[in-house]
Design a protein around this ligand. Structure first.
Ligand SMILES: Cc1cc2nc3c(=O)[nH]c(=O)nc-3n(C[C@H](O)[C@H](O)[C@H](O)COP(=O)(O)OP(=O)(O)OC[C@H]3O[C@@H](n4cnc5c(N)ncnc54)[C@H](O)[C@@H]3O)c2cc1C
Length: 402
């Protein structure tokens, strides 16, 4: 039996390894358009590869999140961790259940997978872009001349095209008549309307609340990074997928820039400081509890000049400042593009696939894994967890159905 896998990324390579581990006689070929496989994995987790999360479950997924349940129950995080350990990769759990290689280098993950694939006899053909897929009889023909009995499309999504992924999975699947939910960037920054350049580089722990059409859709506390285009940082990346796929024009991020102080306590504190330090300037005062540029910007939004003395600021204005610090509404104009996104929201409609095999309902020898499917995980190792689990589940299904 010949199996062709399009895409030498996380899910494609683990699928190939799992196939050959269980049956050495299967002919498995991975076609990769870049000069090397697993290029994206090298840059994951800021070069450290957050390869799974011990708490990973359906709750950490978006899109058709229930679709991941079966794969995650067959191959939960500890199962994938054991798989990597059995190949010689030692892992370490860090905050919030994030798992990294002990070496602190994503290259360890890549090397372990590459040497395993090579020693098992997986054929890896790099610098080969698959541009066409035709269904012929029960099998497929790729690029007009590569015949295969079974085909796995593992060519990823549209995010980060510098790593080879610019939507080929979707084009190939569409050419086979399969339905694609519009891909949009996720796990990326959001663009704010009229955002001041002076805030670029500021970082501050905030509670972030995403509101679309006055409905609160996501809330998380964490470090927000302020940029010239708008906002980024983990809590913002987590909600970016919702922003990217929304058609509403009324999208707001509401920041609480002082999440550890209750609203009333903040006003009372400011009034007390005013009483005890009447000759402090507004700027000196805000620098005591906020990054300078952020404090000054909030003063500006309240029409308070930064050199105004506290004694000259009315109690009403002070309350207004406290209210703004707790509820700063920032109107969004959209999300940053695919080139800045870590993953893709949207993708192959899960109705086209059987969740227990990842086999396509319309073509009995076609399988799809990883980011090409309409699910994505939040930050924290969930996307690679899905890539490993979907790749391994697909390998099992191919072997069982053979
Ligand atoms: C900067 C960055 C950091 C990330 N950090 C993390 C992290 O720490 N933890 C985490 O869980 N997730 C992380 N992710 C997300 C994660 O890397 C992906 O979700 C995951 O790699 C998807 O696996 P995949 O197998 O579906 O596709 P990919 O790993 O994207 O692989 C697809 C492969 O297919 C190849 N290909 C595409 N089209 C063709 C074609 N026509 N012919 C042949 N080959 C083709 C591509 O070159 C690529 O090698 C990060 C993503 C980025 C961009």
């Amino acid at each position: 039996m010949k199996v062709a896998i399009i895409g030498g990324g996380a899910s494609g390579i683990i699928c190939a390894v799992a196939l050959k581990k269980q049956n050495k006689n299967i002919n498995v070929t991975v076609y990769e358009k870049l000069p090397r496989i697993l290029k994206k994995v090298l840059s994951t987790g800021n070069g450290r590869c957050n390869l799974t999360n011990v708490y990973s479950s359906e709750a950490f997924f978006r899109g058709d999140s229930s679709f991941v349940s079966f794969a995650l129950s067959e191959y939960p995080p500890e199962e994938n961790m054991n798989f990597f350990s059995s190949m010689g990769l030692i892992l370490r759990e860090e905050a919030e259940g994030r798992v990294y290689p002990m070496s602190g280098q994503a290259s360890s993950v890549v090397n372990v997978l590459l040497s395993q694939a090579q020693s098992l006899g997986v054929k890896i053909i790099t610098d080969t872009e698959i541009k066409t897929v035709e269904s012929v009889g029960n099998g497929f023909v790729l690029n007009g001349n590569i015949k295969t009995d079974k085909l796995v499309i593992s060519a990823g999504g549209s995010a980060a095209k510098q790593h080879g992924t610019d939507g080929d999975s979707f084009r190939l699947l569409e050419s086979l008549g399969l339905r694609i939910i519009k891909p949009t960037p996720a796990l990326t920054g959001v663009i704010a309307e009229k955002f001041p350049k002076s805030l670029k580089g500021v970082r501050n722990i905030c509670t972030v609340n995403l509101e679309i059409e006055r409905k609160s859709l996501y809330k998380e506390k964490g470090e927000v990074q302020f940029n010239d285009y708008g906002l980024s940082g983990i809590p913002i990346m987590q909600l970016s997928g919702i922003v990217g796929s929304s058609r509403s024009e009324n999208i707001y991020v509401i920041l609480d820039v002082l999440p550890d102080i209750k609203s009333k306590a903040l006003s009372a504190y400011i009034l007390l400081i005013k009483k005890e330090n009447p000759d402090k300037t507004a700027e000196e005062f805000v620098c005591g509890f906020l990054p300078k540029a952020l404090g000054n910007h909030l003063l500006l939004l309240c029409d308070i000049k930064k050199d105004t003395l506290l004694k000259d600021i009315s109690d009403k204005k002070i309350k207004q400042f406290a209210e703004l610090a707790k509820n700063w509404r920032i109107k969004l104009a959209g999300v940053r593009g695919f080139e800045y996104a870590q993953v893709t929201a949207g993708g192959l409609d899960t109705n086209e696939l059987n969740p227990q095999t990842l086999r396509c309902k319309k073509y009995k020898n076609l399988y799809v894994t990883g980011e090409a499917v309409n699910v994505y995980g939040l930050c924290g190792g969930h996307n690679l967890q899905w890539a490993w689990s979907s790749g391994r589940l697909c390998a099992d299904a191919i072997l069982k159905e053979n």
